[in-house]
Design a protein around this ligand. Structure first.
Ligand SMILES: CC(C)(COP(=O)(O)OP(=O)(O)OC[C@H]1O[C@@H](n2cnc3c(N)ncnc32)[C@H](O)[C@@H]1OP(=O)(O)O)[C@@H](O)C(=O)NCCC(=O)NCCS
Length: 214
């Protein structure tokens, strides 16, 4: 029987770190992602996301998350793609680490975003999963720059960035709904990357690269 990864190559990507498995969120994983989000991601009223999706009422959160996973897959092209990788420790779904790019063949730049359920935060997992996708981007996709951003008050996210060697890359005023939010851009290159002391295990990268035209 044809596997899902043969149907759509990004589904075949798996990254393994000492504690974590990162792989695309499949339909059968969406309920686990919703349960993790419902368990709490951030302090109420203090959304770290430009769209405060994690605070949606219960009956809207699940369909909103499902549609976001489907939209990212449906809109995936060589020119503009976002890969949403679920993060597991054994069988426990902890959160999502995304990586994406626009015009990657020219710019060789990826951007990332992530969340973890609160019970999994503050144990170095955010750092481990970001290190995984950044190592993958530099070493397997040939990225030259990895960018990220976070509200200037988001010490957890900026803590991950600083700890991996990202440098600050400007503060921007963004409209988050009707509110102005000051957002800190950060930027990492292979030269500034404070590499983890563990090897990343990667599966399915050749098929993904072919699909991306790299
Ligand atoms: C952002 C997030 C993914 C980080 O993951 P995490 O597992 O909590 O972070 P880690 O435990 O890996 O911390 C990584 C580094 O940040 C530092 N850090 C974490 N919280 C910090 C804080 N409040 N103040 C200062 N530094 C902090 C840690 O000390 C660590 O650095 P070190 O390795 O040099 O000691 C997670 O906290 C989260 O999901 N937050 C809510 C959603 C969110 O903000 N997403 C990002 C939107 S831009």
């Amino acid at each position: 029987m044809t596997s899902l990864a043969e149907v759509w190559p990004p589904f075949g990507l798996t990254l393994n770190t000492p504690r974590l498995t990162l792989r695309p969120v499949l339909d059968e994983d969406i309920a686990s992602a919703v349960a993790a989000a419902r368990s709490g991601i951030h302090q109420p009223g203090k959304s770290p996301f430009s769209m405060p999706w994690a605070e949606l009422p219960d009956d809207e959160l699940a369909p909103n998350m499902a549609q976001w996973y489907w939209r990212c897959r449906a809109n995936f092209t060589k020119e503009s793609w976002t890969l949403l990788l679920g993060v597991w420790n054994d069988d426990e779904f902890l959160g999502v680490q995304d990586i994406g790019a626009k015009n990657f063949s020219t710019l060789k730049t990826v951007s990332t975003g992530s969340w973890l359920k609160q019970a999994a935060q503050g144990r170095g997992i955010g750092k481990e999963m970001r290190a995984a996708v950044v190592s993958f981007a530099f070493d397997y996709l040939g990225a030259e720059v990895a960018e990220s951003e976070a509200a200037i008050w988001n010490q957890q996210s900026l803590g991950v960035s600083t700890s991996l060697g990202y440098e600050t890359n400007g503060i921007f005023r963004h409209a988050w709904g009707e509110k102005v939010e000051e957002v800190q851009g950060v930027r990492l290159t292979p030269a500034t990357f404070k590499r983890p002391d563990w090897p990343l295990k990667v599966q399915g990268n050749e098929e993904l690269k072919t699909y991306l035209g790299l």
